[in-house]
Ligand binder design. Sequence first.
Ligand code: ZN
Ligand code: ZN
Length: 311
Amino acid sequence: MELQFLGTGAGMPSKARNTSAIMLKLLDEIGEMWLFDCGEATQHQILHTSLKPRRVTKIFITHLHGDHIFGLPGFLSSRSFQGGEEGVTLYGPKGLATWVEQTMRLTSTHITYPMTFVEVAPGVIYEDDHFIVEADELAHVVTSYGYRVTQKALPGELDINKARALGVPNGPMLGQLKRGEDVHIDGRVITSAAVVGEPKKGFVVTLLGDTRYCEAAVNLSRGADIVVHEATFDQTMQSLAAQFGHSTVSDAARVAQEAGAQHLIISHISSRFTEHDEAALLAEGASVFPAIAMAHDFKQFTLYNNELKCV
Ligand SMILES: [Zn+2]
Ligand SMILES: [Zn+2]
């Protein structure tokens, strides 16, 4: 799993930060990528990376503000030109399907692959053998969702030496043991538990849309390995944050701290802040929640032994 930021600015693009988009790369896990928000020119940002749009199978939209969706028609259209055949499912608030479909119709844009829309409501919005995605409504000036992606536990490792010592031959029995089944050899029972280790806990990544501090953000972030939270303002602008339904760096840090999260990445940074302000912003957050990092366009994060690595 890697998280690659394609747009980390707030409201409108600047030279340093494009509008919101984050790619959750699940290539090692399931050979897919999931896109969270698609601000204007997300497809241009992708051109500067090795990301392949046809690998994007799901798009999760947090809310219908332009800085989170104006890149969708272009991205979807180009994906068609680039030979995307596999369908895309788009998750988002009420109105997303109407907006995308009307835009495609009015611009005579023909998409060659199936598009499915799922109108999000609080609760589990997707589940398969590997992942569960939950959503909840945050506190912004329009309906805005946060998403919690939980990877299900991975099967434990088969100890091949132990299996051999117990007389298990090479072949299908090893597969059976790995799948949790017990096997019989010469009247003896070899249990799966005897040769397969404990299941490994999967990761939890929480990606939140625009919001002021709210309980739902804390609940979605509970015990998460990585929380991505907006931080449009700093603590001197608390009243602006409240007025526009946004967070300060301190608000974001408070959510991560109250949720018992492992790592916080702040994004959706106002263009009033330059690189010279970054140390102060991080220090503000670190006084509440030390494991804080700041997203930049194209920056990619991964977990390695529970540590957040920038790769
Ligand atoms: Zn925004
Ligand atoms: Zn917004």
